[in-house]
Design a protein around this ligand. Structure first.
Ligand SMILES: C[S@@+](CC[C@H](N)C(=O)[O-])C[C@H]1O[C@@H](n2cnc3c(N)ncnc32)[C@H](O)[C@@H]1O
Length: 305
């Protein structure tokens, strides 16, 4: 670990996301091994890699985080009670049949330093590349190299905090017909928060959403014109979240060929945070992703408040 702790603080629900990711990566690499088909290389790309580990938020942090005072003056961290969990890079390195290559993309310099340290710790056993920078640019650069060539397979984990991802890059990944994605669709924790009932979006958000969704049609999924005695006004649809989710899944299916049901991740108070969605070119991948992402849930049932 580097001197200053750059690890993000996460709630216990992050485990659900990381367990699903680990289970899918295990499934993917096991299937490839058992099929015995020749492939030139397999790459795991963590396009929003974080620090390689995360500080688990304790219940007391959660309770105090609700008060304004706590926000102004955060509670001191009790180092002994600190609990860390493996972040997605370490989860991916822990699977039974490792990928040929691991690429970790991260824009935060402190987290990049932690990833570099991880690379040095594991350098003998794994081929790891740490790429400091912006996800979109680094993914494009990877596509211009090995990932864009036949025989190279990859799983790309897209796990932003918000909408720092453009649809154009997802389409370019899909166009290879050899790359799969696991996406954190940040509906509750980010997207819904910038979509007011009044349809008066803050400056810049409309452009961000256009880039994120790769189409202007998201607007019609969220807002509708309503007429009353005074004329017409634009209002947010009651089922805007559910509509956006299904429309986005439809776009993923059209781009990749197959898309999984969306797994809702909630916080400890039942608040909706985000959905995990898999998309890829092979029905076998869909079988695995569907099984993993619907474990404990009724198939096909998604709610998107
Ligand atoms: C949700 S966290 C990732 C957590 C990690 N995948 C895990 O599960 O352990 C998102 C990370 O993406 C980084 N990030 C945000 N925007 C980015 C961008 N445009 N390009 C690359 N990294 C970015 C943030 O610094 C943060 O570390």
């Amino acid at each position: 670990m580097s001197g200053e702790d750059s690890s993000p603080t996460v709630g216990p629900w992050a485990r659900e996301k990381l367990d699903a990711l680990g289970a899918y990566l295990d499934f993917y690499t096991k299937v490839l091994k058992n099929q015995g088909h020749w492939v030139r290389s397999t790459t795991f790309v963590d396009a929003f890699a974080g620090a390689g580990r995360a500080r688990l938020r304790r219940r007391s942090d959660e309770a105090s985080a609700d008060s304004l005072l706590a926000e102004l003056d955060p509670p001191p961290i009790d180092a002994e009670a600190e609990q860390y969990i493996h972040g997605s890079p370490r989860v991916a390195l822990s699977i039974a049949n490792p990928f040929t290559r691991y690429v970790f993309i991260e824009r935060d310099p402190g987290r990049v330093a932690e990833l570099e340290q991880l690379r040095q710790e594991c350098g003998e056993r794994f081929r790891i590349e740490v790429r400091p920078g912006q996800c979109d640019e680094e993914l494009d650069s990877l596509l211009q190299g090995d990932l864009g060539r036949s025989g190279h397979l990859a799983v790309v984990f897209l796990d932003p905090f918000g909408m720092q991802l453009s649809w154009a890059v997802i389409e370019r990944l899909a166009a290879t017909k050899r790359i799969e994605v696991m996406i954190n669709f940040t509906l509750g924790m980010a997207i819904q928060r910038v979509l007011p009932r009044s349809a008066e979006l803050r400056p810049g958000w409309r452009e961000t959403l256009d880039r994120f969704f790769g189409s202007l049609d998201w607007y019609g999924q969220v807002y509708e014109e309503k007429a009353d005695l005074l004329g017409t006004k634009t209002e947010k649809r009651r089922d805007a979240g559910q509509r956006l989710l299904e429309w986005y899944r439809g776009r993923l299916r059209a781009a990749f060929g197959h898309v999984s049901p969306a797994r809702l991740i909630k916080n400890t108070k039942g608040g909706h945070l985000y959905y995990l969605i898999w998309a890829g070119p092979h029905p076998k991948g869909l079988d695995g992703a569907r099984y993993i992402l619907t474990k404990g849930e009724k198939l096909g049932r998604t709610s998107a408040s």
